[in-house]
Design a protein around this ligand. Structure first.
Ligand code: 2AM
Length: 175
C-alpha cells in the first residue's frame, strides 16, 4: 500500500504581537494593492519547503534539524514586495541578518545530506501577506521588528476553508 504523505515546511513562526503587526501591515498593503489577504494565523516566513514527504521519513527529517546549531537573531521587516509571476504581495527585510541566512544555509545542507529536496534558488526572506494581487506602487510600511528565538516544522493541510498549518516541532536557537 502507498505510504501516507505529509506536506511539510520549515518556518519562522511569529509570536502573537509580531503576528498582529504583520497582519496590520497586510491590511495596509491590501488597501493599496487589493487581492486576497492571508489569515493572521497563517503568517510566517518559510525557511525551507519540503513539499510532499512520505510520513515514514518524518523522523529522519526531524533528525536533520536536531543537528543544526544556529543563533537567535532579530529581523526588521521593512520592505514590501510584489512578485509578478505568482501575484504574491509580501513583506521582507531590506537587510537579512547573517544568522538568518546562516540558518537557511545550515538547514539546506542538513536536508541535502539527509536526501531531502532543497531549493537551489537564493532564499528571499518574506512573509506572504496577499495572494492574487495586482501589486502597484511601493507604499511606505511601518517596519515590523521580530525577535526570532526558534524555528519550527509545519504541516500544511488544505481543506475547503483554506490552508491549515500545524506546528509539529520547535527548535530553540542558542548563542
Ligand atoms: P510563499 O508564501 O512564498 O507562497 C507553505 O505553502 C509555505 O511554503 C509558503 O510560505 C510558501 O511560500 C512556501 N511554498 C509553497 N510552495 C513552495 C514551493 N514550491 N517552493 C518554495 N516554497 C513554497
Amino acid at each position: 500500500p502507498d505510504v501516507p504523505s505529509l506536506r511539510l515546511f520549515f518556518a519562522l513562526w511569529p509570536d502573537d504581537a509580531t503576528r498582529d503587526a504583520l497582519d496590520r501591515t497586510g491590511k495596509w498593503l491590501h488597501r493599496h494593492w487589493g487581492g486576497r489577504r492571508m489569515r493572521a494565523e497563517t503568517l510566517h516566513i518559510t525557511l525551507a519547503f519540503l513539499g510532499t514527504t512520505p510520513a515514514d521519513r518524518l523522523d529522519a527529517l526531524i533528525g536533520c534539524a536536531d543537528g543544526i546549531a544556529a543563533e537567535p537573531f532579530a529581523l526588521v521587516l521593512d520592505r514590501p514586495g510584489y512578485w509578478r509571476h505568482n501575484h504574491v504581495g509580501w513583506l521582507g527585510a531590506s537587510e537579512a541578518p547573517p544568522p538568518h541566512l546562516a540558518l537557511v544555509t545550515a538547514l539546506n545542507a542538513a536536508l541535502q545530506a539527509g536526501g531531502f529536496p532543497v531549493d537551489a534558488r537564493a532564499h528571499v526572506p518574506h512573509v506572504t501577506l496577499l495572494r492574487n494581487t495586482a501589486g502597484g506602487d511601493l507604499p511606505l510600511c511601518r517596519p515590523v521588528s521580530w525577535a526570532v528565538p526558534d524555528f519550527v516544522l509545519v504541516r500544511s493541510r488544505t481543506d475547503p476553508t483554506g490552508a491549515q498549518y500545524e506546528v509539529i516541532r520547535r527548535w530553540l536557537l542558542v548563542h
